[in-house]
Design a protein around this ligand. Structure first.
Ligand SMILES: C[S@@+](CC[C@H](N)C(=O)[O-])C[C@H]1O[C@@H](n2cnc3c(N)ncnc32)[C@H](O)[C@@H]1O
Length: 285
């Protein structure tokens, strides 16, 4: 593995990714559907939390889902098998040395992976080479700086900042969502469009409060408790107060907001040899 990766291999983290995926299916996937017969590469599939939705929403597309972690892949494979899908093939591979020919795929899907990479543009360029001209890439990332909640709490923000700092130290970027557009353009994609997807949870949406505020976001911040304290980023009591305040936002008068970013871009078409649009226009005028 050529890049450091902070979290994702432990049972609790896997459970968290499942909760996240389950809660966010509509918000993140409602506009993702691949045509019959298309070849789709899912890069960094993890335990298959998104794979299952991809396979379900596009039953006639063929997915190749790769991840660097053999343990996560084994879990993903079991999950897909149990659900009865036969349109997914799993392979262990590193995004930075993928075993595929150029232009082997019609579409690429990447979710919550760039945030862990020190070289996200290079990763996107590698993925672009694997697309046929005109093929699309879909990238989804979060941005912890988008978090806002009521009651507001400096202690909760300080605990969140620990996660951001640890991820930065490991070479990743927990604030990457806001950068999707420039990163995708820099990597060479055409027609890039990014849409912000806000999660909003209050007591009128108990499913979001439980699935997202409690089991996804707060659980993720809680997960860095020991590392943050060991790194001297925060005192134990301050961290615990921050977590308490995040849980406080799940009460009847609490509110929690977080924004994901979904970017879609196209691999440029190859120019047709001898065809110069400007010249053609002149001739016909
Ligand atoms: C947060 S998980 C996201 C998994 C999945 N996409 C999801 O949304 O649930 C990030 C995944 O990226 C994988 N990963 C990190 N660096 C990678 C690399 N260089 N090549 C392939 N996979 C990588 C990790 O093993 C992990 O499974």
């Amino acid at each position: 593995m050529t890049e450091t990766y902070v979290h994702g291999y432990h049972a609790r983290e896997n459970e968290r990714l499942q909760d996240q995926a389950g809660t966010l299916v509509e918000l993140l996937h409602s506009d993702t559907e691949y045509p019959r017969g298309s070849r789709v590469l899912e890069a960094g599939c993890g335990v298959g939390a998104q794979t299952i939705t991809l396979a379900r929403r596009s039953p006639h597309a063929h997915f190749t889902s790769i991840d660097v972690s053999a343990g996560s892949l084994a879990e993903a494979e079991q999950r897909i098998e149990r659900a009865g899908f036969t349109n997914v093939e799993f392979r262990q591979a590193d995004i930075f040395s993928l075993p595929f020919e150029a232009e082997s795929f019609d579409h690429v899907f990447v979710c919550f992976v760039l945030e862990h990479l020190a070289r996200p543009v290079q990763a996107l360029q590698i993925l672009e080479r694997l697309l046929r001209p005109g093929g699309t890439i879909t990238v989804i990332e979060g941005d912890h700086g988008s978090t806002c909640f009521h009651p507001d709490s400096p202690a909760a923000h300080a605990a969140i900042e620990c996660q951001v700092a640890l991820q930065r130290e490991a070479g990743g970027n927990a604030l990457i969502g806001r950068q999707l557009y420039p990163l995708m353009v820099e990597a060479g994609f055409d027609a890039v469009r990014v849409s912000p997807r806000m999660v909003y949870a209050d007591a009128s949406r108990p499913h979001m409060v439980d699935g997202f505020t409690r089991k996804t976001f707060t659980a993720m911040i809680e997960g860095v408790r020991e590392s943050a304290i060991a790194a001297g980023l925060i005192a134990r009591d301050s961290f615990d107060a921050g977590i308490r305040d995040l849980h406080r936002t799940t009460q009847r008068d609490g509110v929690f907001c977080y924004t994901f970013f979904k970017g879609i871009g196209k691999k440029p078409q190859r120019p047709i040899p001898g065809f110069h649009p400007g010249y053609e226009t002149c001739v016909h005028l």
